[in-house]
Write a protein that binds this ligand. Structure first.
Ligand SMILES: C[S@@+](CC[C@H](N)C(=O)[O-])C[C@H]1O[C@@H](n2cnc3c(N)ncnc32)[C@H](O)[C@@H]1O
Ligand SMILES: [Zn+2]
Length: 344
């Protein structure tokens, strides 16, 4: 994995708007990050390397001239970035502090803001519970750290060169994976925004659900990881070049997508020959996420290997427990099947 003498250049980013099949060949145009001039305007980043995302404001396609925004250090690389960000407008309310909680008065459990705060509290604690500290008054938070069992295992993996984390969510795995560079992809902009701030070493405010619509304010301590690039993109159609990563990771995401077999084909395609994939899932299907006829039957590891096709070597299988803290008194527990396998 990390034994190669010459480091490969960072993986290229592909325009999701203009790629097309011509005959059997896939035509891909590259997206180039641009660093703003201090006096206005912008220039392409250094050739063969990526500038740090927070230093960029846009990226543009050298094929169709589409321009993609970098918002709060997250590159939004979907065909219609404005639509995606509009759909995620609520995320701006949840970091404003107590004012966000004032908005809960007179709301109901099904209000979008209430649901967004709940989702952020659950996943923020699941990924970062060991770094959460209450800031509003007395008492300590009994923050269940859902990723407790994942973190030591991730840290123990051998060093990789280029890793991609597909469906990274709030980003804990992406910052823990040993790698020279990590590309972390998700469609949930607010999760990426929080992960990006934490990976810049910044503390982030988190409203932690106590019960019902009662929250307390906490901060999550940052965990510097400048080698992680946060990209808002669709993992079923990722803006990445096939075979450009020596480690492809996807944890607890297969049962969150509409078509898990497409996700598995993406995972195996992005992996370079000699590289490895790490796929883990509790396979806890839910109808509103994955239709019944898209769910695999039987043994998950056998299904994954059958999807990968010939020429894979199993390095490790294991089960990892984790949990989602719903509020101060209840949580949902899961156990993920994890497969680590080498291509070729
Ligand atoms: C259950 S969470 C798992 C997050 C993290 N990997 C973990 O293990 O905790 C599933 C993640 O997949 C993301 N997701 C679902 N469908 C996606 C898609 N088509 N493209 C990108 N991300 C997607 C969700 O936004 C969510 O963050
Ligand atoms: Zn393009």
């Amino acid at each position: 994995m990390s034994s190669r003498a010459e480091p490969r250049p960072p993986p290229l980013l592909i325009c999701p708007r203009c790629r097309r099949l011509e005959g059997d060949a896939l035509q891909l145009a590259t997206v180039v990050l641009e660093v703003p001039f201090t006096t206005g305007g912008s220039q392409p980043g250094p050739p063969g390397g990526w500038p740090a995302l927070p230093e960029c404001e846009t990226a543009s396609c050298d094929g169709c001239s589409a321009v993609y925004p970098v918002v709060d250090g997250v590159l939004v690389l979907v065909p219609a970035p404005a639509g995606l960000l509009r759909g995620d407008g609520l995320s701006h309310f949840v970091t404003v502090g107590p004012a966000a909680l004032a908005l809960l008065h007179g709301s109901t459990d099904s209000d979008p803001l209430v649901r967004h705060l709940e989702w952020r509290s659950i996943w923020g604690q699941a990924h970062w519970g060991d770094r959460v500290q209450l800031i509003d008054g007395e008492g300590t938070l009994d923050a269940p750290f859902g990723f407790e069992a994942f973190v030591p295992w991730l840290r123990s993996l051998p060093l990789a060169e280029h890793t991609v984390d597909l469906g990274c969510g709030f980003g804990r795995a992406a910052v823990e994976l040993p790698a020279h560079e990590v590309v972390a992809l998700d469609l949930a902009f607010d999760a990426l925004r929080m992960a990006r701030s934490l990976s810049a070493g910044e503390a982030v405010r988190l409203a932690v659900r106590q019960h019902g619509r009662h929250y307390r304010w906490a901060t999550v301590a940052g965990r510097a990881a400048p080698h992680v690039r946060w990209i808002c993109a669709d993992i079923l159609d990722p803006p990445l070049v096939p075979e450009s990563f020596d480690r492809v990771v996807s944890l607890n995401t297969l049962d969150s997508v509409s078509d898990p077999s497409v996700a598995v084909s993406v995972i195996q395609r992005l992996c370079a020959p000699g590289g490895e994939v790490i796929v883990g899932s509790p396979f806890a299907w839910q109808s509103h996420l994955t239709p019944d006829d898209e769910r695999p039957e039987g043994d998950p590891v056998a299904w994954l290997l059958a999807c990968f096709g010939e020429g894979w070597t199993v390095l490790e299988t294991r089960e990892i427990p984790w949990w989602l803290p719903r509020d101060g008194r209840s949580s949902l527990t899961y156990r993920s099947f994890v497969l680590r396998a080498r291509k070729g």
